[in-house]
Design a protein around this ligand. Structure first.
Ligand SMILES: [Zn+2]
Ligand SMILES: [Zn+2]
Length: 351
């Protein structure tokens, strides 16, 4: 699935970048996972390399680029272009230092290491196989270790003309300032529900499924597409949010127990915890909306502080802060919740 849902303004901007004489050689695409950051990086690669844009003579008008049908466009969309490189934690591109005695592979490493950046720099110095512009997508870029960040800096400063970089991240503040400042930053925001619904329908998804997925995806088209592919995930989400409500209404011991469970899950399967954090976010956003429509008894400050706590926990986990204290802090920052105070459940008309 390669269609971008929403983000029209960003695509227009990328189009004008690609058509300029000196396209930005490094983008920083910042936004939550599932919002379309990776697809926008690939769109930039397609725009830079589309044969319809390059051909001398009459080329397509700007708004119809990329053409989507030329060899380059197709290969990129299929994830098969030899000059589109993905770099993330693991051992892709690992190049031990010359003369280094033993360097074990590290497929499960949690950060992007200096040896990988070394490999990347070597690669960037070579000409692409067939692209005009090789695209290197670094995702998540906030996992660049400290040494790795300093090593990549020079390449970002003086990039080889035929390589562009897209740094993808949900936590831009975790990337060192010197790296960030060398990138053109693009903030990728959540997409409106109606745009996502229309986008899913345009992708051929059943209208009823599209409506439900759009309603539950939190403005994240990637998640909506996952929901549409496996609607059972949506029920999972309802269940998780119901659990949030129970934990939030509980007292300190229940909250700490929940933090412990999540910390334990974090060691085994991170996605479980990330889904739980999504559910917490949804839970507090719902309460924030409730506070907005019924000012008075419900205060917005509590949900706002809670949402900050969720974002902080997410950033801490990504920064490899110890999971248990980070999650405990989050749970203890949450304001007390009385489930009965939910205005939607209160009888009306007896003021
Ligand atoms: Zn094309
Ligand atoms: Zn290595």
């Amino acid at each position: 699935m390669s269609a971008i849902v929403g983000h029209e303004a960003i695509v227009r901007e990328l189009r004008s970048f690609a058509a300029s004489d000196d396209p930005p050689h490094a983008l920083l695409l910042a936004g939550p996972e599932g919002c379309g950051r990776g697809l926008l990086a690939l769109e930039y690669a397609r725009l830079l390399n589309c044969e319809a844009a390059a051909s001398p003579g009459p080329s397509l008008p700007l708004p119809s680029l990329p053409c989507g049908v030329c060899r380059s466009c197709r290969l990129i969309a299929e994830g098969a272009h030899p000059d589109v490189i993905h770099l993330g934690p693991g051992d892709t591109l690992c190049r031990p230092r010359a003369g280094e005695g033993s360097h074990e592979l590290h497929p499960d490493s949690r950060d992007i290491r200096i040896c990988q950046v070394r490999g990347l720099i070597e690669l960037a110095a070579r000409y692409p196989f067939e692209a005009r512009y090789r695209m290197v997508v670094i995702d998540p870029a906030d996992r660049l270790g400290r040494d790795a960040s300093h090593t990549i800096l020079k390449t970002l400063e003086e990039p080889p003309g035929h390589t562009v970089f897209a740094l993808v991240t949900a936590a831009p503040e975790m990337i060192i300032e010197t790296v960030r400042s060398r990138c053109r930053r693009i903030d990728v925001h959540p997409v409106s529900r109606s745009e996502i619904e229309a986008g899913l329908i345009a992708l051929g998804i059943d209208a009823a499924v599209a409506a439900r997925a759009a309603a539950e995806c939190h403005g994240l088209p990637g998640r909506a597409i996952a929901f549409a592919a496996d609607p059972a995930l949506m029920g999972d989400r309802d269940r998780l949010i119901a659990r949030c409500a129970r934990v939030a209404a509980g007292r300190v011991p229940a909250r700490l127990a929940h933090a412990g469970e999540l910390a334990e899950a974090w060691r085994r399967e991170r996605s479980v915890v990330l889904r739980a954090l999504d559910a917490w976010e949804a839970f507090w956003e719902e309460r924030l909306r409730a506070a907005a429509v019924a000012p008075g008894p419900l205060d917005a400050a509590g949900p706002v502080a809670a949402l900050r706590a969720v974002a902080q926990a997410r950033a801490d986990l990504q920064a490899q802060v110890q999971a248990r204290p980070a999650l405990e802090l989050m749970l203890l920052t949450f304001p007390p919740v009385t489930l009965d105070a939910d205005p939607e459940e209160e009888p009306t008309g007896h003021a």
